[in-house]
Design a protein around this ligand. Structure first.
Ligand code: GLU
Length: 469
């Protein structure tokens, strides 16, 4: 537990390290939530490092979108490429000389080596291994090249990569703070590439070791998919003789069918949640529950409450299913917790480009409509279907109902929900039909806001007008 005490004596520094390869992923927010909250709880620093070393997958405006996503959720960082800070640059493509220097230093220390194997040689090797049903791993061909030969090849300008020298025949023991000690057979770990032929580093060198060390990261919170790489990182830390941060590998988010949440399913992208009318706080609440439980078993709690309670040591190694239906339910609960003014602001913002809905929101009766709608919303997007009639052709019996309703509603002298309800009941019993038909004639849909209340709010003239169309 030596490591734990050392880290606790330092100022907490945690980071989220997204790769700008597309729209920000909900998984990035899941990481950022724990980082941000843990930093706040411990008066530490939450920073963003942009891991843009994979040039083939680089997307130009992805970095901007990462910031807008963090801002939307209120998980704003203290240091980053956009904000600067004492440990910059925070964009990895601007740190190439640093990685180069450390890769070469590791070679000097005997922890890494130059490898000159060609693509063709490696392809042939992997093919052979596959045929023999062996794991496809580098065969350490260059690991023991004589020093003179290495120098000669370098002088000639031969293309090279730098590989980590994994110790042989060792039981590598690593510690994940959520799962405890894990043993790895070093003979099953490849001599991983640290520096590629194009001079760009791999994740193993740049992020997990060099940057987290230089940026004084105290706690690394990252996805479980990195756990198998942890022994490589620990080996590199040991060669450098650097203190290690504490590692927490958060459980992977899974769909109800147990598959990994992937981009193909659509709802992995933060922009999807924005467009579907989710509230950022509801999403954060739900994400918190994916790796953590409230001490009193509460399902709904604010970010402030989470910050006051969170401790990385309480993270769980297995996540419950990421269930969109449950998240929608929770989002509805958050909508119901809002006051009228707050909900109005959210709706106006959400529908800022939709003149039809804006007209309803700016109408005289908007407060009353909102009052009726609030208990029926799961997302902000649901609002439109509740207040904007659908274009629908009425069938002959539906038209008959509409006409009869119109006639009777016109005769009402005391316009209120009770008198409207009486008329509706009369029409239904005369025509021997069900209530859903009333929704159809007023809204073009099968359901909606409660009709007597809504028509009372609209007033007689508007109600009759709808039926006259
Ligand atoms: N760039 C890595 C990723 O996007 C970061 C992992 C980490 O947090 O260390 O998966």
């Amino acid at each position: 537990m030596q490591g734990m005490d050392d880290q606790l004596n330092k100022k907490v520094r945690v980071r989220v390290a997204p790769s700008p390869t597309g729209y920000p992923h909900i998984g990035t927010i899941y990481q950022a939530l724990f980082d941000y909250s843990f930093a706040k709880k411990n008066s530490g620093t939450f920073f963003v490092r942009i891991e843009d070393t994979d040039r083939a997958r680089f997307v130009a405006d992805a970095e901007e979108k990462i910031y807008s996503a963090l801002d939307w959720f209120g998980l704003t960082e203290e240091e980053s490429p956009r904000k600067g800070g004492p440990f910059g640059p925070y964009r990895q493509s601007e740190r190439l000389d640093i990685y180069n220097k450390y890769a070469k230093e590791l070679v000097k220390k005997g922890g890494a080596y130059y490898c000159f194997c060609t693509k063709e040689r490696l392809a042939a090797l992997h093919e052979k291994q596959q045929k023999e049903k062996k794991p496809t791993m580098y065969d350490k061909f260059c690991r023991n090249l004589p020093k003179e030969e290495v120098e000669e090849k370098l002088k000639k300008g031969d293309s090279f990569v730098i590989r980590l020298k994994i110790p042989e025949n060792e039981d590598i023991v690593v510690r994940d703070e959520i799962r405890g000690e894990i043993h790895f057979d070093s003979n099953l770990i490849e001599d991983t590439i640290l520096l590629k032929a194009d001079g760009y580093p791999t994740y193993h060198l740049a992020s997990s070791v060099v940057d987290d060390h230089l940026m004084e990261t105290t706690h690394v919170v990252r996805g479980e998919e990195w756990l198998p790489s942890l022994p490589k990182h620990i080996i590199a830390y040991n060669y450098f003789g650097w203190k290690k941060p504490l590692f927490y590998h958060t459980p992977i988010l899974r769909n109800p069918d147990k598959s990994k949440l992937s981009k193909r399913q659509g709802h992995t992208s933060v922009s999807w949640y924005m467009e579907e009318g989710f509230l950022p706080n509801a999403i954060l609440n739900y994400l918190a529950l994916m790796a953590w439980s409230h001490p009193q078993g509460k399902e709904i709690f604010s970010l402030e409450e989470f910050i006051s309670l969170v401790d990385l040591k309480d993270l769980k190694p297995v996540a419950p299913i990421f269930d969109l239906e449950k998240l929608k339910w929770m989002n509805g609960e958050y909508i119901r917790m809002m006051n009228d003014k707050g909900l109005m602001i959210k709706l106006k913002e959400f529908y800022k480009n939709d003149p039809g809905v804006l007209k309803v929101l700016n109408s005289q009766e908007s407060d009353k409509i909102l009052g009726l709608a609030q208990s029926r919303l799961r997302t902000l997007k649901d609002f439109k279907d509740l207040v904007i009639p659908a274009e629908a052709e009425l069938s002959a019996p539906e038209k008959e109902v509409a006409n009869s309703l119109k006639e009777k509603l016109e005769k009402i002298t005391e316009w209120n929900k009770d008198s409207i309800l009486i008329v509706m009941r009369e029409v239904l019993s005369e025509k021997k039909t069900k209530g859903s038909i009333l929704y159809k004639v007023f809204t073009g849909r099968e359901k909606g806001l409660p009709l007597p209340e809504t028509l009372e709010i609209f007033g007689k003239e508007k109600a009759i007008n709808i039926l006259s169309k």
